[in-house]
Design a protein around this ligand. Structure first.
Ligand SMILES: Nc1ncnc2c1ncn2[C@@H]1O[C@H](COP(=O)(O)OP(=O)(O)OP(=O)(O)O)[C@@H](O)[C@H]1O
Ligand SMILES: O=C(O)C1=C[C@@H](O)[C@@H](O)[C@H](O)C1
Ligand SMILES: [Mg+2]
Length: 181
């Protein structure tokens, strides 16, 4: 069975929706951020403090490569996992990719209470989220099989839409063919 891989920015709900989706499909759930923390034995903020973003991205790359080789799971990725092109290739080859599309306003709301996102420790998290979105939105789109809107929609509804849309999805080769003809 193919993996279902969730991509999108911080606060899109990848971890929340991934867990619910896996439960619904009765398959295992993996979260690349959690896997990095488990392998390292340290929290993400501590990894950023000690090794910088570069060190974190190396660890993230190793985890993404390994998880994408598994089968039959729902995989939630970190918001910046799409930055490296080798990661994008691994994610695309690793399963069907769902982009959880979310406005910066909702991201701000959903991340406000949390202290575990080092990139948002800056004075102006809104400006940071906008900058990240400008760079990353095209990258999320470039690997997505489906794009699902999450603004003002409860997680359960998002899960139902993902299930519906994945069910109706043609295999990639057929989609590529029909785009050409
Ligand atoms: N559709 C939604 N509607 C309302 N709240 C949501 C929705 N999806 C997620 N949330 C809430 O937003 C917060 C962030 O969600 P979550 O941690 O799943 O995001 P994420 O995409 O995994 O972020 P990150 O990239 O930082 O890991 C959580 O408190 C979650 O309960
Ligand atoms: O958007 C990002 O670059 C990040 C998102 C989180 O999921 C974590 O992977 C980490 O905080 C970095
Ligand atoms: Mg997450």
């Amino acid at each position: 069975m193919q993996n279902t891989i969730l991509v999108g920015p911080m606060g899109a709900g990848k971890s929340t929706i991934g867990r619910l989706l896996a439960k619904e499909l009765r398959i295992p759930f993996k979260d690349s951020d959690k896997e990095i923390e488990q392998r390292t034995g340290a929290s993400i903020p501590l990894i950023f403090d000690v090794e910088g973003e570069q060190g974190f991205r190396e660890r993230e790359h190793a985890v993404i490569a390994d998880l994408c080789r598994l089968e039959g799971l729902v995989l939630a990725t970190g918001g910046g996992a799409v930055l490296r092109d080798d990661n994008r290739r691994a994610l695309r080859a690793g399963g069907r990719v769902v982009y959880l599309c979310t406005s910066v306003e909702q991201q701000l709301d959903r991340t406000a209470r949390d202290r575990n996102r080092p990139l948002l420790r800056a004075a102006d998290p809104e400006a940071i989220l906008r900058q990240l979105m400008a760079v990353r939105d095209p990258l999320y789109r470039s690997i997505a099989d489906i794009i699902v809107e999450t603004d003002e929609r409860p997680p359960r509804l998002v899960v139902m839409e993902i299930l519906d849309r994945l069910q109706g999805l043609m295999p990639r080769e057929s989609r590529d063919q029909s785009a050409l003809s």
